[in-house]
Write a protein that binds this ligand. Structure first.
Ligand SMILES: [Zn+2]
Length: 425
């Protein structure tokens, strides 16, 4: 699928967490993959959380008393805070500025602001425009409403040989934003489309498309029986940026899925970097890694590390996070890397030795052509040394600095000779 084309169809929608725009986006996704939609009504208790109401904003503007428009929701949805309370009043400039949000460094952009769990009205007038406000009073109109609605989670499941499942998670909300959320949805859908074509998958795969945080909490709290079988996951976003990709480890940091994903991540892209848990992004992976759940979920994002002036990226939470900064090649590269990570973890297992002593390789006709693969040829004895049930393929690969597929293929030879059996996590 063409990820840019997909994003183009959706990004302008006003995708507040429970809203008509979000629902429309889910409908478009159905053209690409057959998702099942889980619905959680406003007011539903989800562990310590409660599903909020649906929010709709018909119109919203600030104007001078002479009718000159300063901002207009219909032109830029970021000019009204998501989930803002309604208001229709003439207010002083002081009061207006108390309710205004300016981007910290983009002077001509309002930031993306939300009041999901507060009763507050808010507007976004850029710093540049604020500097030109010289009237004492302004008219503020926000015609918004909150009402009972349905929080929706899109769920696409691919059954593998095993009930063990890997979850891909991505968030679809955030009005008019491309990389914060939507690009990750595009990439995950393409990954799932590719996975659906793979003939033999050991694990099952589930893609969850959620409104950030509350969507994950809603799904997890209503599917506690499934948690035990989820062996790991990946949260994905910001896949279209021209920034080196980061991979954030899970809470545990050293699980088999951590090792497989980190190893491939670093192999696939030269400038790829790895972050400890909570050092790259903070999204839905938090809910999966949290106490009582503890699913090792990593996060993939093309973003700057902590300490960088523009972390996570310069256009973050502004109207500039649009198609202009979104690169088709980066989207595609992210898809390929994630697919490779998944395929690697899918084939990873702990070889259990059924042999004692060193294997009589020449006697059993097990060989690696030294002209074809000198590295593997030189390491055959070391690999055999590590086959004791405690080292997985990725453990062996990393310790000996080899290629995962080479080690896998060599072990297949041992398996075909009934010298080892395979133990999956
Ligand atoms: Zn965000």
């Amino acid at each position: 699928m063409d990820q840019i084309e997909f994003i183009s169809k959706i990004y302008k929608l006003k995708r507040d967490i429970i809203s008509d725009g979000y629902d429309q986006a889910l409908e478009i996704i159905k053209e690409y993959i057959p998702i099942k939609v889980h619905k959680y009504p406003s007011g539903t208790k989800c562990w310590t959380w409660t599903i909020p109401e649906k929010w709709t904003c018909e119109e919203g503007y600030v104007e001078t008393l002479n009718g000159e428009r300063i901002i207009d929701y219909n032109e830029n949805p970021l000019s009204i805070a998501s989930y803002s309370e309604p208001i229709d009043e003439i207010v002083t400039k002081d009061l207006l500025l108390q309710h205004n949000h300016m981007h910290s460094y983009l002077n001509d952009e309002p930031p993306f602001i939300f009041y999901y769990y507060q009763k507050q009205w808010g507007v976004g007038i850029s710093k540049k425009r604020v500097n030109k406000l010289n009237e004492k009073e302004y008219r503020v109109k926000i015609k918004s409403k909150k009402e009972k609605g349905l929080l929706k989670v899109g769920d696409y499941f691919i059954q593998g040989e095993s009930e063990k499942c890997v979850v891909l998670c991505t968030h679809l909300d955030h009005p008019v934003q491309v990389n914060d959320g939507l690009a990750g949805v595009a990439t995950c859908i393409s990954v799932m489309q590719e996975l659906a074509k793979v003939k033999k998958l050991r694990n099952s795969y589930r893609l969850l498309i959620v409104p950030e945080t509350i969507g994950s909490v809603a799904w997890l709290s209503h599917n506690e029986d499934k948690i035990e079988n989820i062996v790991g996951g990946l949260f994905v976003e910001m896949t279209g940026l021209s920034i080196p990709p980061g991979l954030q480890k899970s809470y545990f940091g050293d699980t088999q899925i951590d090792k497989c994903f980190c190893f491939i991540h670093e192999t696939e892209e030269k400038e790829a970097w790895i972050a400890e848990y909570r050092n790259l992004v903070g999204n839905d992976e938090r809910q999966f890694n949290a106490p009582g759940v503890r699913i090792p979920m990593l996060s993939y994002a093309r973003a700057y590390p902590w300490g960088h002036r523009f972390r996570p990226y310069k256009e973050y939470h502004s109207g500039k996070d649009n198609l202009n900064i979104t690169d088709r090649m980066k989207l595609e590269k992210s898809k390929n890397t994630i697919l490779e990570m998944i395929k690697t973890f899918d084939r990873n297992y702990f070889p259990i030795n059924h042999f004692k002593g060193e294997i009589f390789l020449s006697g059993l006709n097990i060989a690696v052509d030294r002209h074809k693969n000198l590295d593997l040829h030189r390491n055959m004895l070391k690999i055999m040394d590590m086959i004791d049930g405690y080292n997985s393929i990725i453990d062996i690969t990393m310790k000996l600095n080899l290629n995962f597929n080479d080690v896998y293929d060599f072990l297949e030879q041992l398996h075909n000779n009934s010298l080892i059996s395979k133990k999956y996590e």
